[in-house]
Design a protein around this ligand. Structure first.
Ligand SMILES: *Cc1c(COP(=O)(O)O)cnc(C)c1O
Length: 456
């Protein structure tokens, strides 16, 4: 199994190198040279996950190591089925992807990816320093995924005072010597700019062997294919999947599941007011606008980086063409896709709905009244979208976060404040550990150098 870059000029790599490098050296994203066929399902979530992931790894990770890694990763989940289906209405189901340690779907991929990182680094006698910026969910999921890794130090920058208390505490209460939460005096964009600037600093990058586990990392997409497969097997006819999405990562995994043989009818994208994907799918208009804050902050994104992987397929795997289109998108803010291509690749497979904050709150209230269930605002964009675009047969809405992760919105909609699961019940009492820093590149870089245990 080899991987090529979507921009066509970076060298082909095997799985382990793709895992550690994240972004390709030509700025593109790695995809397999050929899509493997979906293997037969296993007896439980972990065994299905192991067989699917094995098809993407070649000889890089042994079968025994992969199996143990996957079992270990999903043993951290609070539900024995890992990603259970719950029916909320006739033909409308929720797949609960929030039973992992940090209460969001990112755990499904990151718990595996963190362990694979540690394994590959140990084999190579190497270390990395992961740096990342977060507005909430990604940072806590990444920290939890690597907190027990011997060969990884992690520094996560978050905007001080701008994450929810639960999100902050999930980062600051982890008591591991390799974990460093940094409260930056600035916005999320400031945090992200600092991280980009650190990656652009060749010396720092080399000295600390900087690495990232952001949503463009191939291994994260790979791990997300699994729950589409396990859910689709529960239905006699192909099901529609409704996906609350921002970066296009989650729905891309659904597209791969469908393309490689999973029984999926079509993919419904749920956007919030940041609706670039909905405008694209409905009107062939991919033009970036300002990001507006919403009740579903993990979808407050205008440039969906993982879309590049689908664009590469749409271009018949022509990397030069893909690079040129993205260059044009960066300079003009608009991505042009030919009509015929659009019909073949987009309208045939995807539909999309935009759900604003008012509808999101109404939907949380409605689901609570009808079924007694509390759902989080990201999930609610999905169920509202599914209701509006009712397709034939079963629809599975991916529930991407636990309601207790966004208690204010849920309380506003239902009058009920959702409780944290018992395992996290004392989160609000645990002691916090973080470093306050100004949004200043020199200071933040010094901090990273200080905590990194890479010796170069
Ligand atoms: C990250 C996240 C999303 C968006 O996922 P993408 O991979 O960007 O589509 C949706 N909901 C929640 C709760 C998230 O944490």
């Amino acid at each position: 199994m080899r991987y090529v870059s979507t921009r066509g000029t970076a060298p082909e790599l095997g799985f382990s190198d793709v895992l550690l490098s994240g972004l390709a050296s030509d700025g593109g994203l790695y995809v397999p040279t050929e899509w493997p066929t979906l293997p037969a399902a296993g007896d439980d979530y972990s065994s299905t996950a192991t067989s699917i992931m094995a098809t993407y790894m070649g000889d890089d990770i042994s079968a025994e190591v992969l199996e143990a890694t996957v079992r270990d990763a999903y043993a951290t989940f609070r539900h024995p089925e890992v990603a259970p289906l719950v029916q909320i209405e006739n033909d409308l189901w929720i797949q609960e992807l929030f039973h992992g340690p940090t209460l969001a779907f990112k755990d499904l991929a990151l718990q595996v990816v963190g362990r694979l990182f540690d394994h590959v680094l140990a084999e190579r006698s190497d270390r990395v320093t992961i740096v990342g910026a977060t507005s909430g969910d990604t940072g806590s999921a990444a920290i939890d995924a690597v907190k027990s890794c011997d060969n990884v130090d992690i520094v996560i920058l978050y905007p001080r005072g701008r994450t929810s208390d639960v999100q902050r505490r999930q980062m600051t209460t982890v008591d591991s010597p390799n974990v460093h939460a940094v409260a930056v005096d600035g916005t999320f964009d400031d945090c992200q700019d600092l991280v980009k600037a650190m990656f652009a600093d060749e010396q720092l990058r080399r000295d600390c062997n900087l690495s990232a586990v952001n949503s463009i990392n191939w291994a994260r997409v790979m791990a997300q294919i699994v729950y589409y497969v396990t859910a689709s097997q529960a239905f006699p006819e192909p099901a529609t999947f409704c996906v609350p999405t921002g970066n296009f990562g989650n729905v891309l995994a659904g597209w791969i599941a469908k393309s490689t043989g999973a029984s999926i009818d079509h993919l419904l994208i749920a956007s919030n007011a940041n609706d670039i994907l909905a405008r694209f799918v409905n009107d062939r208009d991919m033009s970036a606008t300002e990001v507006v804050p919403t009740l579903s902050p993990s979808m407050d994104i205008q440039v969906s980086s993982n879309f590049e992987r689908l664009l590469f397929e749409m271009n018949n795997r022509n990397g030069a063409r893909t690079a040129e289109q993205l260059q044009h998108f960066r300079s003009s803010g608009t991505l042009e896709v030919e009509e015929a291509n659009f019909r073949t690749w987009i309208s045939s497979t995807f539909s999309a709905e935009r759900v604003d904050d008012e509808e999101t709150l109404a939907e949380i209230g409605r689901v609570y009244r009808d079924s007694g269930m509390l759902i989080d605002p990201h999930t609610a964009t999905g169920t509202a979208a599914a209701r509006r675009s009712r397709s034939n047969g079963a629809t599975v809405c991916l529930s991407t976060a636990h309601p207790a992760k966004f208690p204010d919105a849920v309380e506003k909609a239902t009058g009920i404040r959702p409780e944290l699961p018992p395992e996290l019940g004392d989160l609000m009492e645990r002691s916090e550990r973080m470093t306050d820093l100004p949004a200043d590149l020199a200071g933040v870089s010094d901090f990273v150098r200080g905590v990194s245990r890479v010796s170069r």
